[in-house]
Design a protein around this ligand. Structure first.
Ligand code: SF4
Length: 312
């Protein structure tokens, strides 16, 4: 139990890949979140450590392939409780001094759309000011909601990045997924930025020594994707593309979106080639079989029945 109002517990382990945690607010157990302690298989945590945190209890977006929306949306996670997720993971490894970890990737990519929560900015600034994690590399993934709150968040995020996380120590990711606006709206059922607006923002976001902005694209069956359309909106000088499968979450299965692979199928390889011809760097994010089997996708931990059993 923490003094900050979250009670957390380890739900399950995926050996060599991840430790999966859930937590509930002590004053309101309906507010449940999940967070992950992950590593690249075969790479020691001292070299690269990945912590994924939730920014909302549930998610108010409700993407068609994500189980975060399986739980009722219960609001934003406070900055203190975002930091508590980090503290809980670090505390699980007393043998490691976090100050010596070369790359500590803090990924705001579990439950919740981070741009709806100014607590994310507060948590980032608190960590940066504290200076206790020199290897810190934050990563924010967003569907780019089309609303003033998210637009202001992203402007403020850019200032935080420029002030504290220069030299390629920050990653911004847009969940693009498809180049067809209607298909994107069906997949991500809120009003969101057009590809062109995301592309403009990516151009304005990047300083010369910043990382490329990541454009995430899942390979769900039937989801249109046109490298020409992507290249018209995004500049390969500022963006790379990451191609990923769709794991068999409950919602993905219900919506016939599952495309689960560990070796990229021919269609994914062809998409990568088309994008490379347009000048994009492409990462094919092939998960380890243990990841798929372990149910590590967003929302799967907090929404699983196993959590209720573990919570006792
Ligand atoms: S993918 Fe992200 S924005 Fe979409 S429902 Fe899941 S947590 Fe929310």
């Amino acid at each position: 139990m923490s003094g900050l109002g979250l009670e957390s517990w380890r739900v399950r382990s995926v050996p060599g890949v991840a430790e999966l945690y859930a937590a509930e607010r002590l004053d309101d157990p309906t507010r449940r979140l999940e967070f992950i302690d992950a590593l690249d298989p075969g790479v020691p945590r001292a070299e690269k450590w990945v912590i994924m945190v939730s920014t909302q209890y549930g998610c108010c977006v409700g993407c068609a392939m994500c189980d975060a929306a399986e739980r009722r949306f219960r609001g934003n996670v406070s900055a203190a409780d975002i930091l508590e997720q980090v503290r809980r993971v670090l505390a699980a490894h007393p043998e490691l001094d976090p100050r010596t970890v070369k790359k500590l990737k803090l990924h705001f990519a579990r439950m919740g759309e981070p741009t709806f929560n100014a607590g994310v900015l507060e948590a980032l600034e608190t960590l940066a000011r504290g200076g206790a994690l020199p290897g810190l590399l934050p990563s924010v993934s967003t569907v780019a909601p089309d609303c003033p709150t998210s637009a202001e968040f992203l402007q403020r995020l850019r200032a935080v990045k420029d002030r504290w996380f220069g030299g390629g120590r920050f990653q911004l990711q847009f969940s693009v997924h498809t180049t067809d606006p209607a298909a994107r709206r069906a997949l991500i059922p809120i009003r969101s930025w057009s590809l062109e607006r995301m592309g403009e923002f990516a151009r304005a976001w990047r300083r010369p020594d910043d990382r490329l902005v990541t454009l995430n694209a899942v390979s769900a069956p039937g989801l249109p994707f046109d490298a020409d359309v992507l290249a018209a909106a995004f500049d390969p000088a500022h963006c790379l593309v990451k191609l990923t499968p769709v794991h068999p979450t409950r919602r993905a299965a219900r919506n016939a979106l599952v495309d689960d692979w560990n070796e990229p199928p021919a269609a994914v390889r062809a998409r990568a080639l088309a994008l490379e011809r347009k000048g994009f760097k492409v990462i094919i994010n092939a998960p380890w079989p243990e990841e798929t089997a372990g149910g590590v996708s967003c929302g799967q931990v907090a929404s699983s029945a196993e959590v209720a059993v573990s919570a006792g």
